[in-house]
Ligand binder design. Structure first.
Ligand code: NIG
Ligand code: FE
Length: 407
């Protein structure tokens, strides 16, 4: 049993948790001043040390003094595409010089370009590069990371990526929890006659194979013009339903395609991007358990208008923020930095900001036991060497996160 005592501030989010991550006020942060946490695998006690049950205190064998530190629920990046090879810096400059994302993609750049870079790396190279990325993300205080496949774009290639993600998951467990998302439906290579041809010949058979191995946590699809359409989404999601694997989607990014509503109709864990979601889509999200995951980095990187976050929040939608870390549309791996920059632009309050990368991000991955520090929930924390919660995001761009072992 471990005791963390004299913690300057603990962000418990107990009230945000009670409200299921919706319609949050600053007070819903539920900050505990100068408190303590006693835990093993799960939180056994959280509050003032003098209120801790004696029998629990008697079981403590490691004690750390966290005077000068802040503890938050573990930060979660619920949307990354971090397993890729090569880079697309050239496209970034092309966009600065006037080209747009879809035009570059049509000319053979974009996701297809990254699939060439990815498929040219050996298993060991991809594993090693991914390890370095995960170590770096973890150094920002992020402890749960979702990783999507999707730069293989063939049966063998996508199978390989999902297996490497599984290897990463085992390698980093329990320090970093990895969620393995199958996103073979990311783009359609030229050798396929249509998107549905690709779904039928690559995604569905692969799902049968991988679901037997039990290593996929979630299934995702890029529901967008020029990529996959409504019928493809239905085909894939029906298959997911039959295999009892949860789903999520990339939707309404370039234009409103009723993607949010379609995701809700399949009880998706989340639907992401949502730059162009209609009022009907927002309404559907509000009366569902599907999380709206906003990806501000992508808008910044592509120079696009941001999602209307306030509209989602004021409509009682559960909102998360993810990094969307990928080689093309957002080459930024720091979700805390992105949320800190986005919050004033999204007009989010401080509790909405923190919940978006903890509690609501956990729900976007189906992790109901994470995202808040409450007795009985998983003991997964982020530690910051600073005095207050406010100072963490106030210092955006400066990494105040520290590892447990260095305290
Ligand atoms: O979420 N939308 C699909 N996937 C990524 C883009 C990937 C890329 O450009 O390589 C995204 O933005
Ligand atoms: Fe994405």
């Amino acid at each position: 049993m471990i005791l963390l005592k004299n913690i300057n501030q603990i962000l418990s989010l107990s009230s945000a948790h009670k409200k299921n991550g919706r319609s949050l006020n600053p007070d819903d942060l539920s900050v505990i001043e100068k408190g303590c946490i006693i835990y093993d695998q799960e939180v056994r006690f959280i509050g003032k040390f003098e209120d801790a049950p004696q029998d629990l205190v008697n079981k403590v064998n490691i004690t750390k003094d966290l005077n000068g530190y802040v503890v938050t629920p573990e930060i979660i990046d619920s949307h990354t595409h971090l397993i890729f090879g090569g880079n697309r810096s050239k496209e970034y400059s092309m966009r600065l010089n006037g080209a747009d994302y879809q035009t570059i993609a049509k000319a053979g750049g974009g996701i297809i370009e990254s699939s060439r870079g990815t498929n040219s790396l050996s298993d060991e190279q991809l594993f090693k590069e991914s390890c370095e990325k995960i170590e770096r993300i973890s150094s920002y205080g992020v402890g749960t990371i979702e990783i999507k496949s999707g730069y293989g774009l063939g049966i063998k290639e996508e199978y390989r990526l999902t297996k490497i993600i599984d290897r990463l998951k085992n390698h980093f467990n329990p320090k970093v929890k990895i969620i393995n998302t199958f996103m073979a439906a990311h783009a359609v290579p030229k050798s396929f006659s249509s998107s549905s041809d690709y779904i039928e010949r690559v995604c569905l058979p692969l799902l049968d194979k991988l679901s037997n191995e039990g290593i996929i946590d979630i299934i995702d699809i890029f529901h967008e013009d020029g990529y996959f359409n409504k019928e493809d989404v239905k085909l894939l999601f029906e298959k997911a339903k039959s295999l009892k694997i949860p789903v999520k989607s990339h939707a309404d990014e370039f234009k409103d395609n009723s993607g949010a509503s379609l995701a809700v109709s399949f009880n998706a864990l989340s639907t992401d991007h949502l730059l162009c979601t209609s009022d009907d889509g927002i309404k559907a999200l509000a009366s569902s358990n599907t999380v709206a995951t906003l990806l501000p980095g992508t808008g910044y990187f592509l120079g696009k208008e941001q999602a209307n976050a306030r509209k989602f929040l004021d409509s009682n939608v559960k909102v998360a923020i993810g990094s969307d870390y990928n080689p093309g549309s957002c080459h930024c791996d720091n979700v805390l930095l992105l949320a800190s920059i986005a919050a004033p632009n999204y007009k989010m309050n401080i509790c909405e900001l923190w919940s978006s990368i903890t509690l609501n991000a956990a729900h976007a991955l189906g992790l109901k036991n994470q995202g808040a520090l409450i007795k009985g929930m998983d003991a997964r924390f982020s530690f910051f060497k600073t005095n207050t919660i406010d100072e963490i995001t106030y210092n955006w761009g400066r990494n105040l996160a520290v590892e447990f072992d260095s305290i």
